[in-house]
Design a binder for this molecule. Sequence first.
Ligand SMILES: NC(=O)c1ccc[n+]([C@@H]2O[C@H](COP(=O)([O-])OP(=O)(O)OC[C@H]3O[C@@H](n4cnc5c(N)ncnc54)[C@H](O)[C@@H]3O)[C@@H](O)[C@H]2O)c1
Length: 387
Amino acid sequence: MKIGIPLEPEDETRVAIVPGSMKKLSKAGFEVYVEKGAGLKANYSDSDYSESGANVVNRDSVLDCDILISIRLPDVDALRSGQIIACVADPFRHPEKVKSCIKKGITLMSMDMIPRRLSRAQSMDVNSSQDNLAGYKAVLLGAAHVPRGIPMMTTSAGTVRPAKVVIMGSGVAGLQAIATAKRIGAIVYASDVRKSAAEQIESVGGRFIEVDGMDDFEDEAGYAKPLTPEFIQKVNDTVCEVASDADIIVTTARIFGRPAPITVPSNAVSNFKSGAVVVDMNADVGGNCEMTKQGEVYTTDNGVIIVGTSNLPGTLANTASMLYSNNLTTFITSLVDKENGFTISEEDDILVGAPEGNDFHVPGMGGVLICKDGELHPKQTRLGGVL
Ligand SMILES: NC(=O)c1ccc[n+]([C@@H]2O[C@H](COP(=O)([O-])OP(=O)(O)OC[C@H]3O[C@@H](n4cnc5c(N)ncnc54)[C@H](O)[C@@H]3O)[C@@H](O)[C@H]2O)c1
C-alpha cells in the first residue's frame, strides 16, 4: 500500500514521518511518497528521504496515495472516497472537518483520540510525545523572557535567590515543565484538579498547591472532569495568590474536547509582579490566561510579559517530528496483519476503544477510528452528539 506524507500548511513546521522511519515502514510492506520539501522546516531534506528509500514526489501524487499520514487534517476536497487519513483532527473542536470526511467517504483516524491508558497505546500516544516537548519549551520561553536569573547564584557582587516558578496543570506537559524548571534551578509550585497529580508533582521536585475542599476531578480516561464555576473560582484564587510573587507562570490546564479552562483571570494578572512572565501553553485553543493574545508576546500595563506563542511542539520541529513519526509508524505498522495485510479491525482496542468491563473503558468514546467509508464509527457516540 502507498503512504503519502504531505507538506503541512504554512504555519506548521513539523512533518509527520521522518526519514528514520522508512526502514520500519518498508519492512511492513508500505511504499512511502513524500511531498517535495515536506521535511525542510524540520531539517529533513528531500535527499535524506530519497536516500532512506522514500519517493519524493509532487503534491498530486501524495494526495493520491491509499493512506495519508499528516499532522493536520489535509483539505479533503482534494481527496477521494475510500482514502485513509491518520492525523490529529481534534474532532471535538472541529466537528465540521469530521463531517466533511464523512461526506466524502474518507476513513479518518484521529490520533488525539487514542485510548492512551491501554499499555499498547503508549508508544503511539502523540498527545504525550508532543505535550512533553511543549512543557519543556514553555519553561525555556519563560526563562528567556524573564528579566532575572533562575538558579541561586552566590557571587562576590552578592547572592541571587532562585526564581519562583508556578506551573498550572500537571499532566504530561505540566510534569515536564516542573522537571525542566527544577533542573534550571527554580523553586517550583504546581497545581492540578486531579488528586493523583499531587504525588506526581512531588516526584519531579515540585510543591503541590493544596486547595481547600478539593475533590478528585478525574474521569475514567484519566483526564480532568469539568469543574463547577464555584470550584474553578476557588482553585484560581488559591493558585493565583501563590503566583502573585512568582517570576514565571506556565499554564498547561486542559479539559479533553473543550476550550482550555481559564486559570489566570485578568484580575490575577494585575496582581502579578512587574517582570513576571506568563507562558500560556494553550494559546492556540482559547488560552488559560484571559489576557493571552494568540501568537503574540507582549507586556501588560503593569509590566507582566504574556507569551502566547503558537504551536510550541512546532518550535522544536526536528525532535517533535521524530517523536510523532515514531508514534505514527508504530501505529500504522500495528495495523498490518501477517495473513490479511493492512486491516482496520473492529477487534482492535486502539481503533475502537477499550471494551466494556475494561478499567479504561470510557462510555461514548471509541478509539482513533472516527469514521470509516462515510459513516461515523458507532462507538463515537459522544462525538456524534456534537456533529
Ligand atoms: N498511558 C497513560 O496511562 C497515560 C498517558 C498519558 C497521560 N496520562 C495521564 O493522563 C492524565 C492527563 O494528562 P494530560 O497531560 O493529557 O492532560 P490534559 O492535557 O488533558 O490536561 C493537562 C492537565 O490540566 C489539568 N487541569 C484541568 N483543569 C485544570 C484547572 N482548572 N486547574 C489546574 N489544572 C487543571 C488536568 O487535570 C491535567 O493534568 C495525567 O495523569 C497523565 O499522566 C496517562
